[in-house]
Each structure stands twice: as C-alpha cells, then as structure tokens.
Write a protein that binds this ligand. Structure first.
Ligand SMILES: [Zn+2]
Length: 530
C-alpha cells in the first residue's frame, strides 16, 4: 500500500508529471495529478467549476482504440473501457479530455484509477471517516499523511449509515461520489474501502451493492434481546426454547452439547460458560445470529464484486460480555458467516463525538478479552464504533488488539465543520445551535447519549467568536451531533458555502483533529498480516 504523491512521477512522454500538467492544464489542482498507465489525470478549477482532466498521447489513443472526434462533447468510445465524457482537444500531440464532475464521470474515474475503486481491506488496520456534508475527504487524506499512517492504515472515506442518509437527504451514490472526488483531488494513491454502515435489510444491501460499496456493516441490533441480562429460571428457559432454532439450524440440546462444556484459551485466561450463561447469551444474541446469517447469505449470493462483512452490535442497551461474544462469533462461524470485523458493545459508554465515559481500567480488560476472542475465532478486527474523540481509548485499544482494529468515526467531521463556521460566521453557528436545541427531543430518539440542551451554556451570553467554544463543550457537541439532519435541512446550503469559501481552514481543522485519532495506532498496525 503506497500513497506517494511525488512531483518526480513521470508522465507518459517521459517528462515529469508536474511539467506536463503545467503545460496542458488550466488552473490545475497540482496535488491531484497522477499517471495511470499511459494516461495522465488531474483536476482543474475549484468548487462547482471543478473539471476532471485526462491526457493521453494522441499516438497512443490512435493505437489503442479509435479516438473520439475532437470537439465539444466527444464522449470517447463505447466498449473501450471507462471514458470521461467531456470536451476533447489536441495540444502538441496530447489528446486532452476535460469532463465535468457528474456521477457518470466519477464512475469512469473509478474505472480509470484502480485505487479509487473501493475494495475489501481484509485485516489491514483501517479507519472509517464518515462525512455528512460530502466535502471532508481531502482533510481526511491530509490527516492520514500528517499522522504518517498512509502506508499502514487503510481508509474508508465513503461511509454513511442509512439513518444518516435519511437525515442528510443524500443518496448512497452521492456519498460514494463525493468520497471519490475528494480522494482524487487530494491525490490519494492508496487503496480505499467503502462502508455501507448499519444496514438492517436486504433492500439496504442491494442499494449499496449497486453503488459499489465493499464493506457491509450489518447491524442486527433490533434482534438483540438486552432483557436477557436480567432473566433467570423459568423465564430464561422459556425464552431459550423460543429462539428461532430453524434459522439457527440447531436445537436447545444441540447447542448445549456443543458449547456448554467447551472453553476457549485466551492466552492469559480461559473462557467458559458459567451456569446459565450459555442460555442467556443465546437468548440475548440468538436472534442477531439468525439475522446476520440471513443478510450475509443474501449479500454473498447477490454481490457481483468482492465484498467484506462487519457485524455491529454496538448500538444496544447493555455491554457484550466475553461469553456472549464467544457465543455470537462461534455460532455465526458455524453457520458459515465470514466477517473481517466485529463491533461489540464495550463496557462503559461510547457516546457520539465525546470522550469515553467509564472506567478505563475496566475498558482495558474488556478490550483485551474481546481482542483475544477475535484472534482465536477469526482472526478478525475489533471495530470501535462511535470511535471519534475517544483520545484516552486509542492507546489502550492499539495495545490490546495490536493492529486488529477498525476505527469508525462519523459525526465528528461535521462538528469540525461547525467549528470553522463558528470562526468565520458565528451567527450561522448560533442559528444552527438554536435550531438544534429546539429539535433535540425529537432528533435524539435513535441515539444513546447523555448530553442535552440543559447542560449547555446560555447562548444569549455568548457572542461572536465565543460561540465556537461550543465545540469544546460536551453537551453542546452532542446536541449539535444528533441534530445534524435538521441543521442541514434548514441551513445546509449556507454551511456548504462557508466551507467552500474557507476550504483550507476546514482541511486544516480536519487534519489537526484526525491526526490525533490516528497517531496512537502508528506502529501498532497489522500491515494486513495478522
Ligand atoms: Zn455503530
């Protein structure tokens, strides 16, 4: 895996790429320039007027395929592989195509530039950067480079849950396309994945397969029965008997015979089911096993490109005990499910956009146990969901799991956007915050957070630049975090305008913010070989 943005890259005619782009380009985005085979590619212009440019030696074009006519709307040749559709000109022996940023041209770009096409990342240490506004990817690329992890952590720039898309009004294809453009503009040269996050149905899977996603996060949370934690005696037995045994291709006796007396050596201790623990684990997670199995089979039967699976039970009421993890993983495996990462619900609280809430020593022990199970029964990665802003957790997770980690962040890039808005247009941040306070009780419903407007400072007392300090306050961060849908609906266009006008400031904020997330994993990564 490499991400060499080098000015010493050669263009197809043997000159340096930088020279070629300066010669043929008009307002080229230098960082975007790259060569792929006998073609040079770069972006030109800015914001809404950005163009995608491809240049080939005319002699090569003529040899490879009959060339499109030179003219304003030459769309290349059908059947000769992906082609940017735009205006074609010939300049000193080069055939140059300038194409607008459209879904079709971004699809062609993914065809032309292999590393921009999402691919399975396997066991490589990875990081997911959700981006609700669609303009954060260049800042994420900057952070990967600044942290010095571009060659050891594989990024996922396209990552949104169905819940987020419903609130931002973006489609899965738009999320993919924005990430492709951002990675191209910033000159990203390493592999990328694309996370169809928190999927709950076959229809979600089909939609995301169609858009080229590769990392499918199945969320069986609705099938996790957290009430099992407090069940015992007859109630537990009854719930155990009532599990969907057909879907689990098993029976109560069969499961007991297989697992009740078994134990797993975790290296530092051995893990076995105590009295009633197997039944409780099955009652809690049996429905989830059946659901994941069904969706996994649908995914693998339907996918026409290579995909990988993550299983996430993080958004549930109570922690996943080690015995429950053992049951869940063992049973999914028995049913033929394969996955590259799993997000248990860890002890304490991983709330959105704020530090870890809980006892760090207890978390360290919990992570150590989950990581050991993942090593023994996989190996697969532990996925840290709601993983942003947990600065105390990263060194612990990096140590416990070695490189076997997927770090997933979502809304924190939006909060960094609001920080920039607060610096340049504080009254817009005020409007977004006031709306968030109004909308909070409705918008918070599907989230597990403890912050609320009651804990926020009095907005009326904050003026001008003091407003940006809201981004340092836990309750305000959480209120802003969960009300993004309402904010984008009412102020989305203004927010995007500010970010485009202050593009460098946003990139800088993201670089600084994510560098802190990534550095703790440097030197603790898997290199893809666990
Ligand atoms: Zn999650």
């Amino acid at each position: 895996m490499t991400d060499d943005v080098s000015n010493s890259q050669l263009s197809p005619d043997g000159s340096t790429l930088a020279d070629l782009v300066n010669r043929l380009g008009s307002q080229p985005v230098a960082q975007s320039a790259r060569t792929v085979g006998e073609r040079a590619l770069w972006a030109e212009g800015h914001g809404a007027s950005t163009m995608l440019v491809s240049a080939e030696l005319a002699a090569v074009t003529a040899r490879v395929a009959p060339a499109a006519p030179v003219g304003p709307v030459g769309s290349g040749t059908a059947g000769a592989g992906p082609v940017l559709a735009g205006s074609v000109s010939e300049v000193s022996g080069w055939r140059v195509t300038r194409a607008p940023v459209t879904p079709e041209n971004l699809a062609a770009l993914r065809g032309l530039v292999p590393n921009l096409r999402p691919q399975p990342l396997g066991l490589t240490t990875s990081a997911g950067f959700g981006d609700r506004l669609g303009v954060a990817t260049p800042g994420h690329v900057d952070a990967m480079r600044a942290a010095g992890v571009a060659s050891e952590i594989a990024p996922i720039f396209a990552q949104q849950s169905m819940r987020e898309n419903a609130r931002t009004g973006r489609t899965v294809q738009e999320v993919m396309d924005d990430a492709t453009l951002g990675a191209f503009l910033a000159g990203w040269q390493g592999p990328v994945g694309a996370d169809a996050d928190h999927l709950k149905s076959e229809a979600d899977i089909d939609l995301c397969l169609g858009a080229g996603y590769t990392f499918f996060t199945i969320d069986p949370g609705e099938h996790v029965n957290s009430a099992a934690d407090d069940m015992s005696g007859a109630a537990l037995q009854q719930a155990f008997e009532a599990l969907p045994w057909d879907a689990l291709d098993s029976s109560p006796d069969d499961l007991r015979a297989r697992l009740s007396a078994s134990s797993l050596d975790l290296g530092y201790r051995s893990l076995a089911f105590g009295p009633g623990e197997l039944e409780r684990a099955a009652v809690k997670y049996g429905g989830a096993v059946a659901h994941v199995t069904r969706l996994f089979r649908h995914l693998t039967a339907t996918a026409a490109h290579a995909v990988e699976l993550e299983v996430s039970v993080d958004e549930t009421a109570t922690p996943t005990s080690l015995a429950e993890h053992l049951y869940l993983a063992h049973e999914m495996k028995r049913l033929g499910v394969t996955w590259v990462s799993l997000a248990p619900r860890f002890v304490g609280a991983f709330e959105k956009g704020v530090e870890y809430i809980g006892d760090l020593a207890a978390l360290a022990l919990d992570l150590k146990g989950h990581a050991a199970i993942a090593r023994e029964l996989g190996p697969y990665k532990l996925s840290l969901h709601s993983g942003s802003d947990k600065f105390t957790v990263y060194p612990i997770a990096a140590q416990a799991a070695g490189g076997a980690v997927h770090l997933k962040t979502a809304g924190t890039s939006y909060l960094e956007a609001l920080r920039v808005v607060g610096a340049y247009e504080p009254e817009l941040l005020r409007a977004v915050t006031e709306l968030g306070i109004q909308r909070f009780s409705e918008d918070v419903k599907t989230y597990h957070i403890s912050g609320s407007p009651q804990g926020m400072p009095d907005l009326a007392a904050l003026d001008g630049s003091a407003l940006a300090a809201l981004l340092e306050q836990v309750d305000a961060r959480q209120v802003l975090h969960v009300t993004f849908g309402s904010a984008l609906k009412a102020h989305g266009a203004e927010l995007l305008r500010v970010l485009r006008e202050h593009e460098d400031a946003y990139r800088g904020a993201l670089r600084r913010h994510f560098e802190r997330h990534l550095v703790p994993f440097k030197g603790h990564t898997s290199g893809g070989a666990l």
